[in-house]
Design a protein. Structure first.
Length: 313
């Protein structure tokens, strides 16, 4: 009899231990436990640590209270200025009320994901392409407000939303590249024109200084020749300005001669000394030519004279 009572007590204790072990739960530091007793929500939310529930009566659901990083799949849409783009984003959120996250929505993570996708498409349709590319902070704030409004009723708080990437069609990329290139070219032309204007003013001032000193123009020309000759691979065509030629012409002109009245005695002897040798040389040449005439010329002259006499007779 005693043995039967001991065996019954041991079995009861064993069942009690098993029953207690079945109701033991451990909630981690970053979790909260929501207890449903016979399907009804208990008001107390179990904190982290060891806790007990009634086995087969209570059901404990653990809710993660950490910040969840959820990528939003790329959504394709048409912007307000009729450009087709693909935009993907990422959502950071956390549960602030574990009871509402369990009771108010079936799967809060799936609900937040779907809300983020629809909000992202709505933002794409309301924005211009330039806003998507350059004004993302404002779009991120608008997207966060759109997701956070319904999520507050689910016990979820949206921490932040970030647009990760904006994909454009290839034709749009080429068009934007051409636009940027044209803008760069326009700025380059404006800068070059401004430089030409400043250079023209400086050249005008330099020309004014050189006009006062003609030698400065020649020195500048020589400096240009030296600078070009340093490369040793160019053909140099050297222009001569009119001012330089006039300067050289004035430099080569002799001094003005003295008046003729001041030197009458010097001019006459020079003329006589020049005329005498000329007359002597001419006379000598005439005499030499007469002496060298051949004697064969006499008979024809004689025959001519006789013929003339006969004709006279």
């Amino acid at each position: 009899m005693v043995e039967e009572l001991v065996a019954a007590g041991v079995s009861v204790v064993s069942v009690g231990i098993v029953y207690a072990m079945a109701g033991a739960r451990v909630v981690k530091q970053y979790e909260r436990g929501v207890v449903l007793r016979l399907g009804r929500l208990r008001s107390d939310v179990r904190g982290p640590g060891f806790t007990m529930v009634v086995p087969f009566v209570d059901k404990l659901r653990k809710v993660n209270m950490q910040i969840v990083t959820m990528p939003v799949p790329a959504q394709e849409g048409i912007t307000r200025d009729n450009v087709t783009v693909r935009v993907d984003a990422v959502v950071y959120f956390k549960v602030v009320d574990a009871a509402d996250a369990v009771i108010q929505v079936e799967d809060y993570q799936f609900a937040v994901s779907q809300m983020a996708q629809t909000s992202l498409r709505s933002i794409i349709g309301k924005s211009d392409l330039d806003d998507l590319l350059s004004n993302r902070e404002k779009l991120n704030q608008g997207l966060e407000l759109m997701i956070d409004s319904p999520a507050m009723g689910w016990g979820v708080q949206i921490d932040r939303v970030e647009i990760k990437d904006v994909s454009l069609p290839e034709t749009m990329k080429r068009s934007m590249a051409r636009q940027a290139e044209a803008d760069r070219e326009r700025r380059a032309r404006v800068i070059n024109a401004d430089a030409e204007l400043q250079a023209s003013k400086k050249l005008a001032e330099a020309a004014g200084v050189m006009s006062e000193q003609p030698a400065a123009l020649q020195l500048r020309l020589l400096q240009t020749v030296v600078a070009v000759a340093a490369e040793k691979n160019s053909t140099l065509v050297l222009p001569f300005p009119v001012e330089l030629l006039r300067f050289l012409e004035r430099a080569q002109q002799p001094a003005a001669p003295a008046p003729e009245q001041a030197r009458p005695s010097t001019a006459q002897p020079v003329r006589e000394s020049v005329e005498q040798p000329v007359e002597q040389s001419v006379g000598e040449s005439v005499e030499q030519s007469v002496q060298e005439q051949p004697s064969s010329l006499a008979p024809p002259l004689g025959s001519d004279s006789e013929g003339s006499k006969t004709r006279q007779d």
